[in-house]
Write a protein of this length. Structure first.
Length: 196
């Protein structure tokens, strides 16, 4: 890996860690520079602004990581009801990348930045739409394969499950405990069973 490419990746990774723990608006370029130990000139060589770096974090760090954690598991199980439950259980209880005390990084960015920045809104909306499309398609496939009732509206189920996930992430963050996730997972299982 060329030095410039490695430096850029280091800036993105370290900046992401800071932003995930402190928030985007409270993380300064100086914080990022001191953590990465690059010069200000090196930072501005790679990114014209902090917001340009923020979009790069979404596109180059969050999207690939969340694709692996949020989307690929929906391919691993034939029955989408089992796949959705296992996905949520993994994201909430087992995933090493997502920390209970900091919540979901995509959700944090959405709450903090989309009201103020159209570029963040577009990048995060693309990420959310990707997850929505995959889960909806998985549910539709489950209907065709007899795992889910024909009258079930796949898009509505997807929005309901995703909204529950983001909401419970915030409750876990607020209480700094995975205990908040347990009732959600229990009720999610009950709900998914009603779709059979």
């Amino acid at each position: 890996m060329k030095k410039a490419v490695a430096t850029r990746l280091t800036i993105l990774q370290k900046a992401f860690e800071l932003i995930y723990t402190k928030g985007y608006q409270t993380t300064s370029i100086d914080d990022i520079i001191s953590t990465t130990q690059v010069t200000k000139g090196a930072f501005y060589y790679h990114f014209k602004t902090k917001d340009e770096m923020g979009i790069a974090i979404i596109n180059e760090i969050l999207k690939p990581t969340l694709t692996i954690g949020f989307i690929e598991p929906l391919h691993s199980e034939e029955n989408p009801l089992i796949a959705i439950y296992n996905l949520m259980d993994n994201l909430l209880m087992k995933n090493e990348f997502l920390k209970v005390e900091y919540g979901c990084p995509a959700s944090n960015f959405i709450q903090e930045m989309t009201p103020w920045n159209v570029d963040f809104n577009n990048a995060l909306n693309e990420l959310t739409q990707q997850w929505t499309k995959k889960m909806t398609a998985s549910i539709e496939k489950g209907k065709k394969n007899g795992f889910i009732r024909q009258d079930v509206n796949a898009k509505q189920v997807t929005i309901f499950v995703m909204s529950g996930y983001w909401g419970i992430r915030n409750l876990g963050k607020l209480g700094n405990s995975k205990k908040a996730y347990i009732p959600y997972l229990k009720q999610l299982k009950v709900y998914l069973n009603t779709l059979k």
